[in-house]
Design a protein around this ligand. Structure first.
Ligand code: NAD
Ligand code: ZN
Ligand code: ZN
Length: 336
């Protein structure tokens, strides 16, 4: 089978021929139908973050396909089921975080396409317990972006405690942001979408954004304050400066949710203003299996729209370049 492999940080992925992986106990092998290209995969391949993956590795954590083989002891799924394999590839199920509904914080977690090989391959392995069933009414090409971009932004909207009548700023309308706009609307918010390309701002408008802010020509903080300030701002832009701007656009009692992970990103905020304004700054990492089931249910009900373009697995390097240069539709989804 073919797989796209990161051999050295910052270099193009290499398409390699590898044996089809065989499932161990509790595992499944999935035959890929659709595999989303998350910006996290680009950070992984570049070695952008303090904790780096061990080379070589196969990126990808929005993998959808049919179960091809099951290992010993697997009862939750069978050959032929369509499943989605997310970033949270495994969590222990025993620690304080797992037991309190925060399996995404488990210190013993394994991450698909980072600490274990991922879904940029014709076949990939998954822990059966962490592969989500894709409902019959959800197309695999819609399911792929929902598997990370969807669950992550659904969770961020929940962590931000978005309420009806809240003004919600979505900073960055890419793969994650185009779904964040929709979840913020579902939770009742008024949405201000911020981006730096005409296409992304138009997309946000098409998906229901109420206010559009072009960060090339407008100061997003001032624009948000003109509307009374954001109750919630969700940082999804791969631009360190955009967090401070979003912070400055909050109203009193506002919540800034950090999601994007620019290389070596830092955020400096004034203590005095944060205290006096009762501001919250919260990091949000993907979502749980329960959150992903909710995301698929909303899609099956027709309440969300996934915007994507498909590309061949073999053209993964051109696809990465298109994401980095703003030439991609909301999400690129690789096919075998
Ligand atoms: P993307 O490249 O598809 O989208 C980024 C968007 O930000 C683009 O539309 C781009 O035009 C826009 N942008 C760039 N500069 C901007 C600025 N100054 N102001 C406003 N918008 C700007 O990326 P993505 O796949 O949506 O991922 C976004 C980030 O989220 C990445 O850093 C990724 O690693 C991270 N991520 C985090 C989690 C998590 O659990 N915390 C999960 C998935 C992805
Ligand atoms: Zn745990
Ligand atoms: Zn992702």
């Amino acid at each position: 089978m073919r797989a796209a492999v990161a051999r050295r940080f910052g270099e193009p992925l290499v398409i390699e021929d590898r044996p089809i992986p065989e499932p161990g106990p509790g595992q499944i092998t999935v035959r890929m139908q659709a595999s989303g290209l998350c910006h996290t995969d680009i950070h992984a391949a570049n070695g952008d973050w303090p904790v780096k993956p061990a080379l070589p590795f196969v990126p990808g954590h929005e993998g959808v396909g049919a179960v091809y083989a099951v290992g010993d002891g697997v009862t939750s799924t069978q050959v032929g089921d369509v499943v989605a394999v997310p970033w949270l590839g495994y969590a222990c199920g025993e620690c304080k975080d797992c037991l309190s509904g925060w399996e995404t914080l488990c210190l013993r977690q394994r991450n698909t396409g980072y600490s274990v090989d991922g879904c940029y391959a014709e076949y990939f392995l998954a822990e059966a317990a962490f592969a989500a069933k894709v409902p019959a009414g959800v197309d695999p090409f819609d399911a792929a972006p929902l598997t990370c971009a969807g669950v992550t932004t659904y969770k961020a909207v929940k962590v931000g405690n978005v309420r009806p009548a809240d003004l919600v700023a979505i900073s960055g309308v890419g793969g994650l942001g185009h779904l964040a706009v929709q979840y913020a609307k579902i939770f009742g918010g008024t949405v201000a979408a911020i981006d730096v390309t005409d296409e992304k701002l138009q997309l946000a408008k098409d998906l229901g954004a109420d206010i559009l802010i072009d960060a090339r020509t407008q100061d997003p903080a001032a624009a948000l304050q003109d509307h009374g300030g954001a109750d919630v701002a969700i940082g999804l832009a791969v631009d360190e400066k955009s967090f401070a701007t979003a912070y400055a656009g909050l109203r009193r009692g506002g919540r800034l949710i950090l999601v994007a992970l620019p290389p070596a990103g830092t955020l400096s905020i004034p203590v005095f203003d944060t205290v006096l304004n009762g501001t919250s700054v919260i990091g949000s990492i993907v979502g749980t299996r329960r959150d992903l089931a909710d995301v698929f249910a909303l899609q099956a009900l027709g309440r969300t729209r996934v915007i994507y373009e498909t590309r061949e697995l073999a053209s993964v390097n051109e696809s990465i370049a298109d994401v980095l240069h703003g030439r991609a539709r909301a999400r690129l989804v690789l096919r075998p």
